[in-house]
Design a protein around this ligand. Structure first.
Ligand code: 17E
Ligand code: FE2
Length: 413
């Protein structure tokens, strides 16, 4: 199949993408727009991009908001408490049904690569077992990475270390953590050492919920980065949230950034989630409660945006549209300079793919998988400005989603 009349990011003109045997065979420039022949798909001047990526979501918790009670304070801590109540009632079927429904929402927004955290502070590991099945059953729609996420702690939860180890043995791809939630600072530090050791021994990637609090004394990021540096694992390690960095003073950050650069770790910010959950213990002025996204980016570190939640105990909204999160993130993080807008899709495509270590499995280039999304936009700036939608999603050379553009009518004209 050929995709014709497509625009490409950061390039002028129209292009044809030749897809063959599930791979991108070649990409060539067109002198002018032309009509589609048989077995050709007309992008109609839309922007062809590598699929959107969701680098941070909790598919075991989505679509549970209000069950059995709503998070009334809007804090992370009440979210964890409410989730604890819901967690007591989860079943295999219930988890699979909600995860698959959410995956449908992600598909509809052109997402084909997802990293999900799954709570493993549950002696039965029921959610993990369900998500391992979901991963297989949704392969035709997206690639799923599963993080063994210790929601209630590794050191502070009964048998926490054993549950993490068992989760990796069962087939989780990524080792998680939550050092700021452990009972003591020492436990936070030892949890990070434990999880890095586990990842190094098993060859897994790492993605830690790190310093998801406005407390400027929460400084586990430096521990994670140093562990990554000495083990030479930085490219395989991601620090998620790191919102305490939004409360660190500049003197500490100056030193911290030197270590972060040396470590080469990746960052995920979830700006809609954090603007909602953080700042809750402030009266006025209220902190933004997001990490230093623009500063990390300017310092040459890899940073991307994730949605985190869709209607769960932490966040009652969300619809699978990562471009909505990009829009919010650019606002919240003071990132609407012209240069940043021109490459804004980096934060939901290439940067996220790098955090997920997708390597050659991702990108619009000959030899890569024939996974392509056509956005209803001419370029990055236009995509954010017009809140573009994914019009067509192609996976392994097959169309898996096609959206009819909305039409406006003006009856009086
Ligand atoms: N769990 C957590 O610790 N933090 C979050 N933002 C979510 C779940 C969604
Ligand atoms: Fe999260």
């Amino acid at each position: 199949m050929n995709i014709i009349n497509a625009r490409l990011r950061k390039r002028e003109g129209l292009f044809t993408l030749v897809l063959q045997d599930g791979k991108i065979n070649q990409i060539t420039g067109q002198a002018a727009s032309r009509k589609a022949g048989p077995d050709e798909l007309d992008a109609e001047g839309g922007l062809a991009i590598a699929p959107l990526v969701e680098p941070h979501i909790h598919l075991d918790a989505t679509l549970t908001a209000g069950e059995p009670a709503w998070n009334m304070s809007g804090t992370l801590f009440e979210g964890i408490e409410r989730w604890g109540q819901r967690k007591a009632t989860i079943t295999h079927e219930d988890t699979k049904r909600r995860a698959l429904a959410t995956i449908g929402m992600l598909r509809d927004h052109g997402i084909q690569h997802v990293r999900t955290h799954v709570d493993v502070t549950d002696p039965s590991l029921a959610a993990l077992r369900a998500l391992l099945e979901v991963k297989q059953e949704s392969r035709h729609l997206l690639d799923l990475q599963i993080v063994a996420f210790p929601q209630e702690g590794i050191e502070s939860f009964p048998n926490g270390r054993a549950l993490m180890t068992q989760a990796i043995e069962l087939g989780a791809d990524v080792v998680g953590g939550i050092p700021h939630f452990e009972n003591t600072r020492d436990q936070g530090v030892s949890s990070v050492k434990f999880l890095m050791e586990l990842a190094e021994r098993t060859g897994c990637l790492v993605d830690v919920h790190c310093d998801e609090t406005d407390d400027p004394q929460s400084r586990f990021l430096e521990v994670l980065a140093e562990e990554a540096r000495v083990r030479d694992m930085g490219a395989r390690v991601t620090a998620s949230h790191t919102v305490a960095m939004g409360s660190y003073d500049n003197a500490y950050c100056y030193k911290l950034f030197r270590l972060l650069r040396q470590s080469g770790i990746n960052f995920v910010s979830c700006p809609t989630e954090s603007i909602h959950l953080q700042g809750r213990f402030d009266s006025w002025p209220k902190r933004r409660g997001v990490t230093r996204v623009a500063e990390l980016d300017q310092a040459g570190m890899n940073v991307c945006f994730g949605q985190d939640s869709i209607k769960d105990p932490w966040y009652p909204l969300g619809n699978g549209n990562i471009l909505r999160v990009l829009d919010a993130g650019l606002h919240i993080c003071h990132m609407m300079g012209y240069d940043t807008l021109q490459r804004s899709l980096d934060f939901v495509t290439d940067n996220s793919a790098r955090a997920l270590n997708l390597g050659e499995r991702y990108g619009l280039a000959p030899g890569r998988p024939a996974n392509v999304v056509i956005l209803d936009a001419e370029n990055d700036y236009d995509a954010v400005c017009h809140q573009a939608k994914a019009r067509i999603s192609i996976r392994h050379g097959q169309v898996i989603m096609r959206r009819r553009p909305e039409q406006l009518e003006y009856p009086q004209a």
